[in-house]
Design a protein around this ligand. Structure first.
Ligand code: ATP
Ligand code: ZN
Ligand code: MG
Length: 504
C-alpha cells in the first residue's frame, strides 16, 4: 500500500475556450498522462503510483481537472506541470490562464495512524481513521500547493507516528566515559547554603537569582578555568551574539519547529507615541496597578524571543557567505548575556532556572575539522574535570537537541552528528546533572543560513554550552564550602569571602 493524493481544480482562463482550444486540452491531457507525468519516475512504477488526470471538463472559460497519484508526480506536482504545458498550448489560441482554484484535496496516508499523529492545523478539515490508513481532507489554495504544504503535512504526520512509536523507548542515552568515584566531602544542597550565607537571593522574576559578590567570584573562576584550559589553547575568539532572537533566525536554525513551550516571548509597542501610552501611565499612577491586559492590546509581535540556545543569533554574521579555506576552522565564543527558558514547574535551585548564564563556544569548517575540534574539546574537558577540578562526572551520547526539539527520531544519517552531555553527580540528592554539552550539528546551521566554504566541501559546525549556574552547583555540591577541600586551582581563583553587605 502506498500514499495517495487526489485533487480537483479549476483552471480559469480569460475567456471561453473555443472548440479548437478544447481539442488542444485533450491532446495536452493525453500527453501529460503518457509522457509529462512519467518524467523522473522509476521505470517500474505502476500506473497507479504515478500522477494522472482522470477526467477533465470544459465549461465556458473554466477547465476542470481531476488528478490522482501515488507517491510519484504527486497530484499537486502534476497540476503545476500540466499548468505550464496547457498555458503554453492555449496561449497559441489567445487564451490566458487567470488563476487556479483548488476545489478539493485529499491524501490517504497508509499505516495505522493514531488520531494524535494528525496535526491540528486549519488546512486539515477532516481525518477519517481506518485500521490501515488515514484519509485526510484538506482545504488548500493553489499557492499552498505550490508552497509544498501537502508534502510537509505528510512528513509531519509520519514524524509524529515515528515519534510516538519511539516515545516509549525514551531519550537515547549511552555512556561514553566516566570518572572514578570521588571521596564525598559535602552532602548539602549548595543553593540552600548559598541562600543561608546570603550569597544569592531570588530575583523578582520566576526562576531568576540575584548573584551576590561571592557567588559571582565562583562564576568568574569557572570562566577563568574555561578560558585558560579550553578557549585559549584551542584559539577561540570572543564575539558578542545578540540576545533577542527574531523568528527569522529560529526558522533557519530549526528552533521554530519546536521551541514554543519554553520561549520567553518579546513584544514591541505598536507605537512610541507618548500620547498612545499616556492613559496606561495615568492608570498606574492612580491605581498603583499596571493594566497588563490593556498593555497587551497595544503591543505588536511577539517579534521573537529572548536567547534560548546561544548560537543561532550568531549565524546571520556569516549568512549567505562563502568562507575562505585558509580561515577554517573558525572558532569563536560568546559570554555576553543571559539565556532564558520557561522551565515551568521544573525550576530547581540554581541548577534549573528561567534565566541563566552560559559561555557558548562555536566552531565551523569542513566535516573533518568540525569533528576534530569536538574531539579536542572532549580531551580538554576531560583533563579539566579529571585533573584540575577532580569531579565525579560522566559523559553520555544523547539525542541531539535538534532531533529532540524538532520531533526527529531514530538514527541520524551521519554517526558523527550528535550531542554529548557532561553530567556530574550531586551528592546531596544522588542525582546526575547535565552541566554542559558538546554538539556536532553537521551541516544543519550552514545549510539553514546558506554558508558555503571555498573548497566546495560541505560546511559543518558544532557548539558547546557551558552553564555557569550548573558548573557552580556541581562544584559546590561536590566540594562544599570549605575552601580547604577545593581543588587548588579553583581555590586560588576565589578569594576569601568579603562582607560587602551587612544587614541589620
Ligand atoms: P536539561 O535536559 O537539563 O533541561 P538541556 O538539554 O535543555 O538541559 P541544552 O539545551 O543542552 O540543555 O543547553 C546547554 C546547557 O545550557 C546545559 O548543559 C546547561 O549548562 C545550560 N542550561 C540549559 N537549561 C538550563 C536551565 N534551565 N538552567 C540553567 N542552565 C541551563
Ligand atoms: Zn549552540
Ligand atoms: Mg532543558
Amino acid at each position: 500500500m502506498f500514499i495517495r493524493f487526489a485533487l480537483t481544480a479549476e483552471l480559469h482562463f480569460n475567456r471561453d475556450l473555443t472548440p479548437e482550444a478544447v481539442e488542444a486540452v485533450g491532446e495536452a491531457v493525453q500527453d501529460a498522462n503518457t509522457l509529462l507525468f512519467r518524467k523522473g519516475v522509476p521505470a517500474d512504477a505502476t500506473d497507479e503510483e504515478v500522477g494522472r488526470i482522470t477526467s477533465y471538463a470544459v465549461t465556458g472559460a473554466v477547465l476542470r481537472l481531476e488528478i490522482v497519484s501515488g507517491p510519484y508526480t504527486r497530484a499537486h506536482d502534476a497540476l503545476f506541470r500540466f499548468r505550464k504545458e496547457v498555458a503554453q498550448k492555449l496561449g497559441r489560441h489567445h487564451l490566458g490562464l487567470r488563476n487556479i482554484v483548488v476545489t478539493s484535496f485529499r491524501i490517504r496516508i497508509p499505516g495505522p495512524v493514531p488520531e494524535s499523529a494528525v496535526p491540528r492545523i486549519p488546512f486539515i478539515t477532516s481525518a477519517d481513521h481506518h485500521d490501515d490508513a488515514v484519509d485526510l481532507v484538506l482545504d488548500l489554495s493553489a499557492a499552498d500547493l505550490e508552497n509544498r504544504v501537502p508534502d510537509r503535512i505528510v512528513r509531519l504526520v509520519q514524524e509524529k507516528v515515528a515519534a510516538q512509536e519511539y516515545g516509549g523507548k525514551g531519550e537515547h542515552w549511552e555512556l561514553i566515559s566516566e570518572s572514578s568515584r570521588r571521596e564525598r566531602v559535602y552532602d548539602g544542597d549548595p543553593t540552600q547554603e548559598m541562600i543561608r550565607r546570603r550569597w544569592i537571593k531570588h530575583g523578582a522574576s520566576r526562576g531568576q537569582w540575584i548573584f551576590g559578590p561571592q557567588a559571582v567570584e565562583i562564576f568568574r573562576a569557572v570562566e577563568r578555568l574555561v578560558l585558560d584550559e579550553i578557549i585559549k589553547p584551542l584559539g577561540f575568539s570572543e564575539m558578542i551574539f545578540p540576545k533577542l532572537v527574531p523568528w527569522e533566525v529560529w526558522m533557519r536554525s530549526g528552533h521554530a519547529k519546536g521551541v514554543y513551550p519554553e520561549i520567553y516571548y518579546v513584544c514591541t509597542p505598536k507605537t512610541r507615541d507618548p500620547s498612545y501610552w499616556e492613559d496606561i501611565a495615568d492608570y498606574y499612577k492612580v491605581t498603583g496597578t499596571v493594566p497588563v491586559d490593556q498593555i497587551r492590546e497595544r503591543l505588536d509581535g511577539p517579534v521573537g524571543g529572548m536567547c534560548y540556545a546561544q548560537c543561532p543569533p550568531f549565524w546571520p554574521f556569516v549568512q549567505g557567505e562563502t568562507l575562505a579555506n585558509d580561515c577554517l576552522p573558525i572558532r569563536v565564543f560568546d559570554r555576553s548575556g543571559t539565556s532564558h527558558r520557561y522551565e515551568s514547574g521544573g525550576i530547581h535551585g540554581i541548577e534549573r532556572v528561567d534565566e541563566f548564564h552560559r559561555i557558548e563556544i562555536l566552531w565551523l569548517g569542513t566535516r573533518e575539522q568540525t569533528i576534530a575540534t569536538a574531539s579536542r574539546l572532549h580531551d580538554l574537558y576531560t583533563r579539566l574535570f579529571e585533573d584540575v577540578l577532580e569531579l565525579e562526572w560522566r559523559c553520555a551520547k544523547v539525542t541531539p537537541w535538534f532531533m529532540a526539539q524538532e520531533g526527529m527520531v531514530g538514527e541520524s544519517s551521519d554517526a558523527e552528528i550528535g550531542t554529548r552531555d557532561y553530567e556530574a553527580c550531586l551528592p546531596y540528592n544522588g542525582s546526575w546533572l547535565e552541566f554542559q554539552n558538546v554538539s556536532v550539528n553537521g551541516d544543519k546551521y550552514p545549510k539553514g543560513f546558506n554558508v558555503k566554504i571555498q573548497s566546495g566541501e560541505e560546511c559543518w559546525s558544532g557548539c558547546s554550552g557551558i552553564g555557569l549556574e550548573r558548573w557552580t552547583a556541581v562544584l559546590l555540591a561536590q566540594k562544599g564550602f570549605d575552601r580547604a577541600n577545593w581543588p587548588e586551582r579553583l581555590a586560588r581563583l576565589v578569594s576569601e569571602p568579603e562582607e560587602v553587605f551587612r544587614f541589620l
